[in-house]
Design a protein around this ligand. Structure first.
Ligand code: GLU
Length: 402
């Protein structure tokens, strides 16, 4: 058979670093190796009971036919109500489209707004998939570098300097995956002042970790109503309700963007699984304010954060900010670059992660694909026992590097 020539689009695409590492640790586990996986960002809690019952009822009621492409009327209405309840935002259900996870929601958005040559500004570190999604839509990612000293958050001056006549959009996450940093209202307001000077820039605010923050209540970009006609809010049920496998994400956005995404989704995938939508509809009724299940999960994450932070910062050479949200630690690990286990020299974040995988049996994700090769990402969405053991193993393995 002739070699199949794949498209440049896919040849040039990087593999998802989070999913690649998760797959690798699954393979090693299947070989009987006791791997502690701190790679994928996924709550280890169960889906709330009412959401599970919602899904079961949908099956029993034969709610199993093609769904409307933008999401069921009931779910879109429930999302609009959630945005009102939790964020004080006023969106009609026609401003909302439900997709197969926040990932499809963001990809649809880029496909809807980007043409060749359009630039998308992405503060680094960023979630691994943003640049690849931009490139898939023929756009050009433009990165803004940040430092641990500035808690990996950009300021107005950096944003202003990054905007060019080709800037079409800006995307960021708060709380941030991977740094766990959270923008304050004042910090967001300073960025909004810059956006006001550049009315053609579309702002995509990924707020999927909204519930998972420890210092303050969530500050949504949506509160700056002067941006409403060009703001896309991204959210979903995966993180806040421990529903990663149900694949329900959504955007709240201007109608033109929603109908463009609807057109794209109508050709590519159609509407999202009716059973998952019914479960999400029930989940939407919960918030940290009214649900013990949601609240207990956040309390557990906070406890783990405090504990894991202590354990990691006790390891020589690890430099780490206390994250204010999400469930990731993003330590700087350059102290170990140039050191060797006697066979191989650790040159970058990928080498260090591979070293930890094979020597400590702990799976982390390299910082490089997140836009900062000085760091690695560790998810603490796992049990305290596993976190204690992971920190012990990491410390022991790192001590062997000379
Ligand atoms: N967003 C999660 C993470 O960063 C899930 C994995 C993914 O879809 O990339 O680990």
């Amino acid at each position: 058979m002739e070699t199949i020539l794949l498209s440049q689009r896919v040849v040039n695409m990087a593999e998802s670093a989070t999913l690649k590492m998760t797959e690798k640790s699954r393979e090693l586990k299947a070989q009987g190796i006791d791997i502690i996986s701190l790679s994928i960002g996924e709550p280890d809690f169960n889906t709330p009971e009412n959401a599970k019952q919602g899904g079961i009822a949908a099956i029993n009621n034969n709610d199993t036919h093609y769904p409307p492409v933008p999401g069921t009327a009931a779910l879109r209405k429930a999302i609009a109500e959630k945005l009102r309840r939790d964020n004080g935002l006023d969106y009609a259900d026609t401003n909302i489209i439900v997709s197969n996870g926040a990932k499809q929601a963001i990809t649809n958005t880029f496909l809807a707004i980007l043409d060749k040559g359009d630039e998308v500004i992405i503060p680094a570190p960023f979630w691994v998939s943003y640049p690849e999604m931009v490139k898939l839509a023929d756009g050009t990612p433009v990165f803004i570098k940040t430092t641990a000293e500035q808690h990996f958050k950009i300021n107005a001056k950096q944003l202003e300097e990054a905007i060019t006549p080709n800037t079409k959009a800006f995307i960021f996450s708060t709380p941030c995956n991977p740094s766990g940093s959270v923008y304050t209202k004042e910090e967001l307001a300073a960025l909004v002042e810059v956006f006001k000077k550049h009315p053609r820039v579309i702002i995509i605010s990924d707020e999927i970790y909204e519930f998972i923050q420890y210092e303050h209540k969530h500050e949504s970009m949506g509160q700056f109503t002067e941006l409403k006609d060009r703001l896309v809010i991204v959210n979903g049920v995966a993180k806040g309700y421990a529903m990663t496998g149900w694949r329900i994400g959504y955007i709240a956005a201007p109608k033109a963007i929603v109908s463009a995404c609807n057109k794209i989704q109508g050709q590519y995938t159609s509407g999202i699984c009716t059973i998952a939508q019914a479960a999400a509809l029930e989940a939407m009724k919960l918030s940290p304010e009214n649900s013990e299940e949601v609240n207990n999960m956040i309390k557990a994450f906070r406890h783990r954060r405090d504990m894991f932070y202590e354990l990691l910062t006790a390891i020589p050479g690890i430099k780490l900010n206390m994250p204010a949200g999400a469930f990731y630690m993003f330590p700087e690990v350059t102290y170990y670059y140039g050191k060797s286990d006697g066979e191989n020299v650790i040159k970058n974040s990928d080498d260090l992660c591979m070293y930890l995988l094979y020597n400590a049996h702990v799976a982390c994700v390299a910082g490089g694909p997140f836009g900062n090769d000085d760091c690695i990402r560790l998810s603490y969405a796992t049990s305290e026992d596993k976190l204690i053991e992971a920190a012990r193993r990491i410390k022991e393995a790192l001590e062997k590097l000379k």
